[in-house]
Design a protein. Sequence first.
Length: 342
Amino acid sequence: MIEKNPKGEVWIFAEQEDGKIQDVVLELCGKARDLADRLGVPAGAVLPGYQVEKLASVLISYGIDKVYTVDDPKLKNFTSAPYAHAMVKMIEKHRPQIVLYGATNLGRDLAPRIASETRSGMTADCTDLQIDDVPDGKTGVVHKDLLLQIRPAFGGNIIATIVNPERWPQMATVREGVIALRDPDPARKGEIVRESVPIDDILMAVEIIERHVEERRLNLKGARIIVAGGAGVGSKENFNQIFDLAGVLGGAVGASRAAVDGGFAGHEHQIGQTGTTVRPALYIACGISGAVQHRAGMEESAKIIAINSDPNAPIFSIAHYGIVGDLNQVIPMMIKAFKARN
């Protein structure tokens, strides 16, 4: 267990692949900056890999004060054991009070291993993080400046706030897209700290013989326009209208969990608590009731248009424009109108 360090830094794990920082890491830079300012400590990032020091300036431009590089040929490709070992050794040496990870496939693999090794605990899939004082319900003792780890619970029906007053560092994974990406400041100055962590051969039990990286076919997070369909679309055949409308608008196709579970669209299209979180300029929700689980993934969209035959559907409570009607009639009219304009 790591000894408490109220003056410890706020850290992020700087996940990178093939020399590119992952988007969620850049989002976390801004959140780490906010938390660090609230605590009056530096914001740090641990950047493991091979020949990755050139990426440190990117992290600094997004708000990080100190970048700890762990550069080793054995860390060129991600494998769980050596990366977890490097992070644990860094945590033991510098004793940060908070460590954040992106809730990516890699982050979800790595963070629990580090939490187990450091006996620190970890909250998964957070949608917000804050700092506040928390009174102990039994003793009345006020724990100062704890990390409030906020995430949906019980299927998204409630929002839970989790605190960890006894085990440090306080650690959490954060979903991609829930934190607004800030503009970088290329002129910002920071410190690069070069670290060396011995990695024994026994940690290299898994050998990567070949890597095959499949290009992402759908980039919902980066789409400016999304047309999404829900269970109200009715069938996989009817869902073709969603693709048609998205095609006319030059947008991407999204889906609610109910639509994915119904076989109308693949999981890669899913938006919501258990899918992708998006912030497009325009979001058109077709036949989506607007359950809290779906709204959690799209309610930050700049403009929301909802089409639903139920005038009391919850989606209308967050929509900027609402159309009450049969989507099988409304969508063809919209397609015809957009085609006429072009």
